[in-house]
Design a protein. Structure first.
Length: 218
């Protein structure tokens, strides 16, 4: 019986115990993942160089059609500025969006020798809950993300910079942040990815994690 060859573990895989960090941000029509629509989703896969420093890949972003029967809170639309039914959005159904989104993530999981992806988000439980609600609605079986573990940049930012608001924390970290661009899934994902890389790399530079001590632990 032939077995499928597995990819060798990369330095990135050993850094996060077999998890591939993927930054995700969603924009929605409310706060209830079970009833409110997923309107935008963006993801940034995290990579690592030979020195053990992580960096973000290009964002993968989609506008999403509200699922049938979804609740639409007008206050949420006013906050985000999204018109869910505008034909200019080029929105696609949830199933098509998630199928396309998961393909490059699964490919990266395999290429790096990771076991699965882990969602990185700013107040990550919100993004995780909407993603998994959409997965459940569409009965998607091959979800690359861990079902309950996340990396939360709000928590990391509180440790590293003493603040939890994304815009303020980015400023403290020396990362440019345009409040006019905020509250689009793609922009917030890019900035969250930059912040995550900033904190993880800063910890490495302070001696909290090195390639050498990682090798010793394997």
């Amino acid at each position: 019986m032939q077995t499928r060859p597995t990819s060798p573990k990369s330095l990135l895989a050993t850094r996060f115990r077999g998890f591939l960090p993927v930054v995700v941000d969603v924009e929605t029509s409310g706060f209830n993942a079970a009833t409110d629509a997923l309107l935008e989703i963006s993801a940034v896969i995290i990579s690592m160089d030979e020195q053990g420093l992580i960096f973000p890949e290009d964002p993968i972003s989609y506008n999403v059609e509200p699922f049938e029967g979804a609740n639409i809170e007008q206050s949420s639309l006013e906050f985000t500025g999204i018109d869910p039914f505008s034909p200019l959005r080029g929105a696609k159904p949830e199933l098509e969006v998630l199928t396309d989104l998961f393909k490059p993530i699964r490919k990266s999981v395999k290429a790096t020798g990771c076991n699965r992806a882990i969602l990185v988000g700013h107040n990550a439980i919100f993004d995780h809950s909407f993603l998994f609600a959409a997965v459940g609605r569409n009965q998607i079986k091959r979800n690359p993300f861990h079902p309950f573990s996340t990396f939360d940049t709000a928590t990391l930012a509180a440790l590293a910079y003493g603040h939890t608001v994304l815009s303020k924390t980015c400023q403290l970290a020396g990362i440019s942040f345009d409040n006019q661009e905020a509250h689009s899934a793609e922009y917030d994902t890019i900035k969250t990815a930059e912040l995550f890389c900033n904190i993880v790399n800063r910890w490495k530079e302070l001696g909290g994690w090195t390639i050498e001590n990682q090798a010793d632990s394997l």
